[in-house]
Design a protein around this ligand. Structure first.
Ligand SMILES: Cc1cc2nc3c(=O)[nH]c(=O)nc-3n(C[C@H](O)[C@H](O)[C@H](O)COP(=O)(O)OP(=O)(O)OC[C@H]3O[C@@H](n4cnc5c(N)ncnc54)[C@H](O)[C@@H]3O)c2cc1C
Length: 383
């Protein structure tokens, strides 16, 4: 079946998979496909390089993909704003423009693709950690975190600070190492660094071998590990589940993410945690005109961890399927990998690599990660 008339494709968010869809559309966009991208920023922040930014190794621009040249090459229109709701019946997306004077509006579509990532929902954070959304530096939205970090550094340089990273998954681990390196290499003595695990083990999702390597590095770098949970925050202090309080100037919140609240009640099929439920074609299990990838989605057939690596891998099959759906051709299933290469930076001169049961570490691993990360950004640099 051929498409009839101009069809509207709306890309929601410019996440890791959508930049690849834009690159594919830049190579060949059907003349009868009208493409819009709703996303708040003119760049996509590559999270893999955020720890390097915090550590003082990269500038903000080095870790960003400029979207405007990519959208121009793809013949896509940029709508600057955020999605705040979906009307599946009317095939409309509610838009909150970033300009505070602009009225809320809506965008129509024939086909919708969602790659907006996951969020740290302020209300959910405050429900378990009262005060967290006011007093902590929250890692999502990542663009806001990246913009605030230089101000934190300025504050840190004025006097010795205590930094506590809450959350001991990959992001929290990388950030505590990065903060230690960024603040120490800026010449500040007397700063202290703590990793609060939430009661779990450090790097709980990794193998015992990786965990041992991470713990050794934390010890070597003088970073304290507290196997306790954060149950609230007031200015200058983090309250712990054990009843103790930790004096802390800079609490950084890197806990597990949530699904965006605007998906609730949309009528789209969602998993029990509120993410868009998709099939092997990354297509909504309830609305075939909707596709979703990355951290905002859950595969109904093959659930996998949420990480940038999985979002990146879903990009080429998503591009294929959006075009195939447009042309009325068969869709191709996407097979997410069983194991992915995980590279944990421990500051900027050392990293730990793991793949399934295998693991290693060294300066060469960090240089390898640096090459991969810079290479990913360079692929989308059109200037
Ligand atoms: C500090 C840190 C380091 C990390 N390092 C790694 C790593 O090394 N390797 C790894 O695999 N994973 C890493 N992760 C996890 C990784 O960031 C995510 O899994 C990944 O970003 C998910 O990609 P995505 O495409 O789903 O969404 P995102 O990369 O989050 O992209 C979402 C896009 O949608 C836009 N958007 C958001 N909300 C809206 C809205 N309402 N309307 C419109 N647009 C919207 C955003 O501006 C952005 O452009 C790290 C995370 C953090 C916090």
């Amino acid at each position: 079946m051929q498409s009839i008339g101009i069809q509207k494709l709306l890309l929601l968010g410019a996440g890791h998979a959508h930049v690849q869809v834009l690159a594919e559309l830049a190579r060949s966009r059907p003349a009868d496909l009208d493409v819009s991208v709703l996303t708040p920023y003119p760049f996509q922040t590559y999270s893999g390089m955020i720890p390097g930014l915090v550590a003082g190794r990269y500038s903000a621009a080095e870790g960003q993909i400029a979207l405007e040249p990519l959208m121009k090459a793809a013949g896509a229109r940029w709508v600057q704003g955020r999605c705040t709701g979906l009307d599946m019946g009317a095939r409309q997306v509610q838009v909150h423009a970033l300009d505070p004077k602009a009225a809320p509006t809506s965008l129509g579509y024939d086909r919708l693709s969602i790659d907006t990532g996951a969020v740290l929902d302020r209300r959910q954070l405050d429900a378990t950690m009262p005060g967290a959304s006011t007093h902590a530096l929250v890692v999502r939205p990542i663009e806001v975190f990246a913009a605030l970090w230089p101000k934190v550094l300025e504050h840190a340089l004025a006097r010795p600070v205590s930094v506590a990273v809450i959350g001991a998954g990959a992001a929290g681990i990388e950030l505590v190492f990065a903060a230690a390196q960024g603040i120490r290499s800026a010449g500040l003595r007397g700063a202290s660094f703590t990793l609060i695990t939430g009661g779990d083990e450090v790097a709980a999702n990794y193998t015992p071998g990786v965990r041992r390597r991470v713990l050794r590095q934390l010890k070597r770098q003088g970073i304290t590990v507290l196997m306790d949970s954060c149950v609230g925050m007031v200015p200058g202090s983090v309250r712990l589940g054990s009843g103790a309080s930790l004096a802390c100037d800079v609490p950084i919140l890197a806990v597990g993410t949530h699904a965006p609240a605007w998906l609730q009640g949309s009528g789209l099929a969602l998993c029990e945690r509120g993410h868009v439920l998709v099939n092997a074609f990354q297509q909504s299990t309830s609305h075939p005109e909707v596709f979703a990838v990355g951290d905002v989605s859950t595969r109904a057939d093959a659930p996998h961890p949420r990480s940038g690596v999985y979002a990146v891998r879903a990009g080429p099959p998503l591009a294929h399927n959006l075009l195939a759906a447009h042309h009325g051709r068969p869709l191709k299933p996407h097979h997410p990998p069983t194991h992915t290469l995980n590279l944990l930076s421990c500051g900027t001169q050392h990293a730990i690599a793991s793949y399934g049961p295998l693991h290693t570490e060294g300066g060469w691993v960090w240089r390898w990660k640096d090459r991969i990360d810079r290479g990913f950004i360079a692929r989308y640099r059109l200037d």
